[in-house]
Design a protein around this ligand. Structure first.
Ligand code: ANZ
Length: 853
């Protein structure tokens, strides 16, 4: 069989043969390998790297089509483009497959990579394959360990004992980011429970302000939705910390409040039952046994309640008295301390000053347990909005206003008003009183301005096998010894003989020889940390590894980072809006502080693609959706890539039922046949070509760059379709296939198409008499003399209805246009004897004539 497509029928568009031919040739040419000495301007284009799941699926196909359009476009604009590929190859699926099928996670992973690589190569993304990395290679994860050690040195990696999210199916802890809003695991779907464990954390909360404030730099370059999600996730609240002295305890209780102005309305304190503070309070000798027993029972009940339920404002309030009392920092009043599950242990300080008159949760609680309620804001005297008119000589109390008694109405007064019952704060507005209250507390050494965040520290230890070992050795006395940098990597042991089944502790603990090591100081028996790192650590800095992927002396080359990073265009799914992007932003800032990079945001621009849906739901093999492999076999790579661009704006979901790969094939065949039909040589004189066709071509050249750069791929493809149609007309009915304008148009189609449908573009380019590859040729610049419009269409309306239209020069005078309109045969015949009342002329496009009916 010949390797030349269509040897017999030159017009037949045989996409299978074209694919086979070019895939092999491109592979030999190594087209997209970046030359480090190349001095042209640079662009770093990156798609979120894949987890090696085997074959490519529809979601991959969309992601890499869109990213590749961008990469190929910039290359054709003369940029030196880095477009790398690697594999996020640590993680649970390998391990779960290993348990289910008894295979080695390593073998499973690397076999998948091989398979996926083959599918990728057929799909033709313009990758620099020399960058290929696997995060599960020791050459990569060594640098995860290095990063851990750097964090550890800076005090940003630490171990603590705390309540963590526990996935009872996968038997591992989860980061907060991995718990879905309905309280289930984003991995296994199991309902997440709380478990107390000693775990490693990265101190992302130290960076909360910067992570929040730097989002402003990304405004307009990241999707607004992602920015909003990140802002919410970090969740900064501004207010004050207030200290309450506890009777019989030297340490005060600190609470965080956003409403220090309501300090005189505090009537009790509430602590989170599952906080250490609560346990300590009831452990005091002064607390009687019955109170302690009631607390213990309540704690058990709290631990069985999900976070979501605890935050549900509508749930009836429950709680127990701790037997202890606090003193008000200003009035000295004695106030009971309660424990209730609506207060969360890990927000603020795990304790609140309850202001039942003005906070609904506190009010509900006070009404259940009959605690005092004190109004300190008069919301009948609002500071903004409708101010009640108080007659001369009267006071607000003389007005007949509805009673605002939260105790009887059950509605807390959250609105604005003037302070009352608040000593020195009386009469102030909220904003004013917040300031004054903070000053008052500061004077007494009992409080200060404070901020708190929803963001928690990043829990990075996992009790699973297939991940990066944590480079720490634990001495018998509990001392932590970081593994020295020159002893990295701490290699993952072989899985053979290990029980990988989830059991709540890491399988690495069972690798006796691996785990037992001499204490680095005195040689006594010590143990390696047996947990592995969250795989989001791997992906938090991988974009830097691509810059010097084979460097075995450092994680990445800072010089290359200065040249290439940050990533100019990042492309990926919105499912990573929080997790991965937040972690990568955090690690970038840490690397900046350590002096390794000179920028603080990793991804200058972000494009989120929508999902590919079938029957309204996300496509997946298990749900019997359409398989990418079948679609590629039936219609070819180019038609599927083209569909991904043509379906609509990239952020929108694609309903596979609404697109037509078959129509894409027909269009590509039409374009291809034009290249076969061209009858002029590459050295024609463009200026001698048909002007009308040249104008269409040059308008495309003029508009396409702006459209590409704003990701309006569907519009660019529609314009290419239009250009193909106009050119076909010129070949069949116009100046014919030998006209230079036809060649110019078809070359433009080949160059433009090669972004979306690289096989077809390349084959057309060859048919046009050029050397491969079309991908490395630049787009022609539009000729301004061809962009001026020769004429515009003027429309004549009579009483609002169009009666005639004709071509006029764009610069026509209003008087001349009116004369043409009045002279129009169609208009004269329509008006007949009727009287013209008014003529409005909007040159050059419209004449409006009003007549008597
Ligand atoms: C007194 C007060 C009076 C409050 C008032 C509100 C209104 P955001 O905006 O979400 O940050 N709070 C503090 N720590 C808490 C915890 N660990 N669990 C549950 N609630 C907690 O909410 C801050 C407010 O939530 C704080 O301000 C505190 O109640 C409560 F009229 O203090 B406030």
């Amino acid at each position: 069989m010949t390797n030349e497509p269509n040897a017999e029928d030159p017009h037949a568009y045989d996409f299978r043969a074209i694919q086979a031919k070019w895939q092999a040739r491109w592979e030999q040419m190594g087209l997209f390998t970046v030359d480090p000495d190349d001095r042209r301007p640079r662009k770093y284009i990156l798609e979120m790297f894949p987890y090696p799941s085997g074959d490519l699926h529809m979601g991959h196909a969309e992601n890499w089509a869109l990213g590749d359009f961008v990469a190929r476009y910039w290359r054709q604009q003369g940029f030196n483009v880095l477009h790398p590929i690697g594999w996020d190859s640590f993680g649970l699926p390998a391990e779960n497959a290993a348990i289910k099928r008894g295979v080695d996670p390593r073998e499973w992973t690397y076999a998948n990579i091989e398979q996926q690589k083959e599918s990728f190569k057929r799909y033709a993304p313009s990758f620099d394959w020399t960058t290929e990395i696997h995060t599960s290679d020791p050459e990569y994860y060594k640098w995860n360990q290095w990063l851990f050690l750097k964090m550890y040195e800076k005090g940003l990696a630490y171990r603590k004992d705390s309540w963590v999210n526990w996935d009872p199916v996968d038997q591992t802890v989860l980061a907060n980011e991995q718990v879905l809003p309905d309280g289930t695991s984003d991995r296994s779907g199991a309902v997440v429970v709380k478990k107390k464990l000693t775990q490693w954390y990265f101190k992302i909360t130290d960076y909360a302000d910067r992570l929040l404030d730097d989002l402003n730099q990304l405004e307009g370059r990241w999707p607004a939705k992602v920015l909003a999600m990140q802002r919410n996730w970090i969740g900064r609240s501004v207010g004050a910390d207030v200290d309450f002295v506890i009777e019989g305890r030297s340490e005060p209780i600190t609470v965080f409040t956003t409403r220090p102005d309501t300090i005189f309305g505090v009537t009790f304190l509430v602590v989170a039952p599952d906080s250490d503070l609560a346990t300590e309070l009831v452990a005091d000798a002064g607390v009687d046994d019955a109170t302690r027993r009631a607390f213990d029972e309540y704690l058990v009940q709290t631990q069985a309640t999900s976070e979501i339920d605890r935050q549900n404002a509508d749930r009836p309030k429950t709680g127990v008295f701790t037997g202890r009392y606090a003193l008000h920092p200003i009035t000295g009043e004695r106030m009971p301390i309660w424990a209730a599950d609506y207060v969360l242990a890990d927000y603020g300080h795990g304790a609140v000053m309850a202001v039942p008159a003005h906070d609904q949760r506190d009010l509900d609680f006070a009404r259940v347990f009959d605690l005092p309620i004190r109004v300190v804001v008069d919301t009948n005297a609002p500071v903004t909005g409708a101010i009640p008119v108080i007659p001369e000589g009267a006071s607000i109390d003389d007005l007949d206003l509805p009673p605002l008694d939260p105790k009887s109405t059950g509605v807390a007064l959250a609105g604005q008003g003037r302070m009352i019952n608040s000593g020195p704060l009386d009469g102030m507005s909220k904003q004013h009183a917040i300031q004054a209250a903070i000053e008052l507390l500061e004077e007494r050494g009992a409080g200060r301005a404070a901020k708190t965040y929803r963001l928690r520290d990043w829990l990075i230890s996992r009790q699973r096998f297939w991940g990066t070992p944590i480079p720490i050795i634990h001495g018998a006395d509990g001392t932590e010894y970081p593994v020295p940098e020159d002893e990295l990597p701490v290699l993952l042991p072989n899985s053979a003989g290990l029980d990988l089944k989830p059991k709540g502790t890491s399988p690495l603990g069972g690798a006796t020889e691996w785990v037992t090591v001499p204490n680095p100081v005195d040689g006594s028996p010590a143990r390696r940390d047996a947990d592995t790192m969250d795989t989001f650590v791997d992906s938090s800095w991988y974009f830097l590894r691509f810059l010097s992927p084979r460097d075995d002396t450092q994680a990445f080359d800072p010089e290359r980072a200065r040249m290439w990073a940050p990533v100019d265009q990042y492309v990926g799914g919105v499912e990573h809006a929080i997790l991965h992007l937040l972690y990568a932003r955090f690690v970038t800032k840490v690397l900046f502080d350590l002096g390794y990079v000179d920028f603080t945001e990793p991804f200058s621009a972000l494009l989120n693609q929508g999902m590919v849906l079938s029957g309204g739901s996300k496509m997946s093999k298990s749900k019997g959706g359409v398989s990418l492999g079948d679609e590629l076999d039936a219609h070819g790579v180019d038609a599927i890539r083209l569909v991904m661009g043509f379906a609509g704006p990239p952020e929108d979901d694609i309903n596979w039922e609404d697109v037509s790969p078959a129509a894409s094939v027909r269009f590509l065949a039409r374009a291809y046949r034009l290249a076969v039909d061209v009858r002029s040589a590459p050295d024609v004189v463009w200026a001698e070509g048909d002007r009308a066709l040249r104008q269409v071509t040059h308008r495309f050249l003029q508009d396409a760059p702006g459209l590409m750069e704003s990701f309006k791929f569907n519009v660019v493809i529609a314009r290419l379709m239009d250009l193909v149609n106009v050119t076909r007309k010129a070949v069949d009915q116009g100046p014919g296939p030998a006209d230079p304008a036809v060649r110019e148009a078809v070359e433009t189609v080949a160059l433009g198409l090669s972004v979306f449908a690289p096989y077809t573009g390349e084959e057309m380019w060859a048919k046009l008499g050029y050397e491969a590859s079309v991908a490395t040729y630049g787009w022609r610049k539009p000729d301004p003399t061809l962009l001026v419009q020769d004429s515009v269409t003027a429309v004549v309306q009579v009483n609002g209805k169009v009666r005639d239209s004709f071509e006029v020069a764009p610069g026509i005078e209003a008087g001349e246009l009116e004369r043409l309109a009045r002279d129009s045969h169609a208009v004269r015949r329509y008006i007949g004897e009727r009287e013209i009342v008014k003529v409005i002329v909007r040159a050059p496009k419209l004449v409006n004539i009003a007549i008597k009916p």
